[in-house]
Design a protein around this ligand. Sequence first.
Ligand code: NAP
Length: 340
Amino acid sequence: MSKDKIENVVIIGSGPAGWTAAIYAARAQLDPLVFEGAPSREMIPGGQLMFTTEVENYPGFAEGVDGQTLMMTMRSQAERFDTRIVTEDIVEVDASQRPFRLRSSEGKEVRARTVIVATGARANWLGLENEERLAQTGGGVSACAVCDGALPAFREQVLAVVGGGDSAMEEATYLTKFAREVVIIHRRDAFRASPIMAQRALDDPKIRVEWNTEVTEVLGDDFVTGVRLRDTQTGAERELEVGGLFLAIGHTPNTGFLQGVVELDETGYVLTPTPWRTATSVKGIFAAGDVMDSYYRQAVTAAGTGCMAALEAERYLAHGTEADRGVEVPAEPVATSGNR
Ligand code: NAP
């Protein structure tokens, strides 16, 4: 990475979207540069899957794979095609000039013809001490029922889901496949979820709701055994025995550094205005994975959009640019350099 070099494509983020984009871009001989992120208390390179124990729904792994192995394998695959990797965050993108100028957390300046944003989103947590510890050690606390719910440890257990939005309804309904009982713990007396999803959960005989209730403590040493609850109206406290705790209190996309650079929706997700495209409001900047997807949020969909972003960047570089002189990218796929 020399100071004078203009990069073809800089990929920001190192979850399934980022690594898939890197694999495709590298095989298309675009010599991608990945900023995989600096480890911090909240995020580590590899993204949310690094916090997931067993991944059983990523195709190609009949016996399942742990999240860290999956991410390290994707990283190695990108490296195999000579992807260059910097273990830093990008903290600033200047899209007012071409090539784009990016600045890293340690002050590196990079110029790039295209940028793929794949910085993901982070699940929101309650912020309780034992919650974080047990989530990181596979101790029965998770922010993704679809990722973890089918694990043997949760079978025939009483499982708690915290939240009152569509995610909580979806996660609770999903968990009834495995659980003896699912208890939704919601801090108010009405759900935020869409009526149809709320009704589906309320009609399920395996689901019951603890209204006006919040979790104040997560109990258990190696594995969660219960939660301490507080009635939000009376303040009364009690304990509930559970064999698993799932948080569904929303996600926050990692787009702080993109404020005012590309268009974001009201909750901070990057907007990709054209259906089935990853192009953002700024030509030459593409977005892939959870940072542009509040709906599916799966590893496999993130990988899929990473692939799409790399192909779009490649076509943009071939046809759409020369300092963005207004040449449109053809709608039809063009022959690419052997990346299928
Ligand atoms: P959300 O709609 O923002 O709901 C978050 C829920 O968590 C709210 O009920 C909120 O309570 C609660 N909450 C937030 N912070 C909390 C805290 N500190 N302690 C306790 N409770 C807390 O998030 P979401 O359910 O993840 O949905 C996000 C978006 O994705 C929505 O637009 C949703 O429609 C969409 N989505 C759609 C589907 C689907 O259609 N299949 C599935 C999932 C998500 P309050 O209600 O009191 O604020």
